[in-house]
Design a protein around this ligand. Sequence first.
Ligand code: MN
Length: 494
Amino acid sequence: MSNLKKYEFWFIPGSQDLYGPETLEQVAVNAKKIADAFDNNPNIPGKVICKPVVRNSEEIKKIIMDANNDPDCTGIITWMHTFSPSKMWIRGLSLLQKPYLHINTQYNKSIPWDKIDMDYMNLHQSAHGDREHGFIGTRMNIPRKVVVGHWSDETVVKKIGSWMRSAIGACESKKLKVLRLSDNMRNVAVTEGDKVEAEIKFGWSVNHWAIGDLVSRMDEVTDEQIDAQMDSYAKDYEIATEDTDAVRYQAKIEVALRSMLEEGNFGAFTTNFEDLYGMEQLPGLAAQDLMKDGYGFGAEGDWKTAAMTRIIKLMAQGRPEGTTFMEDYTYSFEPGNEMIMGAHMLEVCPSVADEKPRIEVHPLSIGDKDDPARLIFNGTKGSGIVVTLIDLGGRFRMIVNDIECVIPENDMPNLPVARVLWKPLPDLSTSAEAWILAGGAHHSVLTYAVTADEMRDFAEILGIEFIHIHADTDIDELKKELLWNDIAWRLKDI
Ligand code: MN
């Protein structure tokens, strides 16, 4: 059983008293069968719990208030097997604080041509019952996912499963605490942002601790703790250096940093190479290994990317593919083979490695500290996305680009950092032009495990602008989208 079963999704069938108890009993039985089928389907990550049929405004209001107050409830799924007049839903839906999916399905797949009569028609009327329900969502301007099709259809099931991951991301977002060690890199614009607005929109609590808090904790780390951390490194990675002291120093950073993260219940952290007072090395291997364990990370004080790395890792739970902090580093403009090499000074997550990562120690030309130990590897091949989040001064914008990661054809013996090579869609020049016009950062989250559609649903749940750069992106159309979005979002804020 997936550990995602701790996330509950309430399946709420709607009806009314008009049809009599027999029909309502049948609605309840059919709803339970559908909810159970979803719950037992491996494409459904969360737990689906069928709730009693709601028949009036009071029952609807009560179940939505219960959903709001239940910390395990990660979203609601509504379905109108019969007609449920939607003015009855206004009082409840006006209070809704959880992600919301409306499924327009029908218990029976086919029309029983030789038996169909008005009793059948009165029971199987989601074709118009769900339209009545859809109207009130639109009238009340409530963000929700609409999925249409027979509940046994795997395409329908997968859409619901994907949305659940977005809902899990949104619910985890509301709980996230980010540990900022030091401030943002001096003079960098895109890693800045409004942390108050971020807490209002995303729920992130983003706060600062001094690097000295980490240094003093490092002083308390014992040799035994370092030995245990070194054993863990030796198990997961190839130690390809003679400079054991440098590796042990990263182990000491990791033990201390992990204890800070655990004690404070933080899900993500940032560092800044400009502020390493009292430290001998920039956290490299330590940051990489913590990312592998699911912590979000952002370099140079980039708390937005740190938070998104954490959330995307949580959305991806149970999927084998990796997710990492990333930076567009160097281009290949070779005709016909244009691509981006992504890397960072040190901190790429080994969950995206195509090979057993090697621990090596090399000088770092920035920061004026000792040579840091780091993991070196090539990223794996496969389809993925890069995700960036920017603060436009009045709102946040998420930008996602579809990418195709490739294995390098050449060795890079002199490059002492982990790297991932990718071909962005639709092509490098269009993708980069679109990304730059949209204001995308140089930092991003690269994931092979979560799709652009899942990120779109996440953004919609939280009310964040979303721009998708994909195989069919056209610059003229994108410019219009950016202009119209700008106007729409400014009106929205009024
Ligand atoms: Mn950077």
